[in-house]
Design a protein around this ligand. Structure first.
Ligand code: PMV
Length: 313
């Protein structure tokens, strides 16, 4: 039996714009997804998780469909193709982040599954290869996806993701973040498509917004390196995401409530449409959490995690 885990994440800057080649800044959370994999004698693949449980055949892995295990199915399909071998499996999955919330549960389950099952079959994939395979899972399941979520699930820490250059850079910074969860599940795929449609209808308006998000992500990187303030930049990024049409009234209420309660900056995080917001609060943490909770959200402080995907001992 092999047990692995990979961290969830929050996007600090650059969501949506990163799909069009702009950089993103992302941090790993100390909330992880655990995958336990064991070989079976027959060729059934039994998956149990906190969102769904199914018994699948090998043919089921490559079929389409919007079921909650589609990322796991695609991850298994790609691993079997890579190692040129397949096997029946018992897979147990437990995630500490809610599904479809923008906290990276899909990427962390994909990456942890890739490591667990490749190891079980005796293959030693490099972290780079795991990240690339994880990205392929997201591309094939979602249609469009940046390497942001799967890079951070693989490498951990804080990363500056440069999709055009196909490169990630490590950022050394520590932030006191509060995460507010609206409780509303949403589909990243639908929100990415919404932005694409808006861009197609109004290219001369939407393209500059995407470029501006890129500019402020670059500025945030410079400031984080120099120990500078990034609160205002978070607020501007939130405004631009509102302009792209991915915010909700509840998210914005929580963002404004957090700022009023003393947060240095606040924005939605991830694809939007529900999911989560983040607030930067070195001080007044109690007040900021209560303000977020008053907007029907759950609030948690979260430390950033240095460790990416790993084998659990
Ligand atoms: O996985 P989510 O819901 O946090 O969204 C990822 C961020 C997007 O930029 C909207 C999509 C992507 O692939 O980068």
């Amino acid at each position: 039996m092999i047990k692995t885990s990979a961290p969830g994440k929050v996007i600090l800057f650059g969501e949506h714009a990163v799909v069009y080649g702009e950089p993103s800044l992302v941090a790993a959370l100390d909330k992880r997804t655990y995958v336990e994999a064991d070989e079976r004698e027959d060729d059934r693949i039994n998956i149990t998780s906190n969102v769904d449980s199914r018994s699948l055949s090998l043919e089921d892995l490559s079929r389409g469909g919007e079921d909650p295990l589609r990322y796991v199915r695609k991850a298994l399909d790609l691993v079997f193709e890579r190692v040129e071998e397949s096997t029946g499996l018992e897979l147990k999955i437990r995630s500490e982040t809610p599904p479809a919330s923008g906290l990276g549960s899909s990427a962390s389950v994909s990456v942890a599954t890739i490591l667990a099952v490749s190891k079980l079959l005796g293959a030693d994939l490099s972290p780079r290869e795991i990240a690339d395979m994880g990205h392929r899972v997201e591309l094939e399941v979602q249609g469009a996806a940046s390497p942001t979520d799967t890079s951070i699930a693989t490498f951990g820490g804080m990363l500056y993701v440069l999709p055009k250059e196909k490169r990630v850079e490590t950022v050394d910074a520590d932030l006191s973040l509060i995460v507010g969860y609206t409780g509303v599940e949403r589909s990243t795929k639908v929100l990415v498509e919404r932005v694409r449609a808006l861009r197609e209808s109004y290219p001369s308006i939407v393209d500059p917004i995407i470029k501006d998000i890129g500019k402020l992500t670059r500025e945030a990187r410079v400031r984080l390196d120099g120990g500078g303030e990034i609160g205002d930049l978070m607020n501007i990024n939130h405004g631009l995401l509102e302009a792209l049409g991915v915010c909700t009234e509840q998210l914005s209420r929580a963002v404004y409530a957090a700022r009023d309660a003393g947060a240095q900056g606040a924005k939605l995080t991830g694809a939007g449409g529900g999911g989560c917001m983040i607030a930067l609060a070195a001080e007044h943490q109690g007040e900021v959490m209560r303000a977020i909770e008053a907007c029907d959200c759950s609030a948690m402080t979260s430390s950033l995690s240095r460790e990416g995907v790993r084998i659990e001992r």
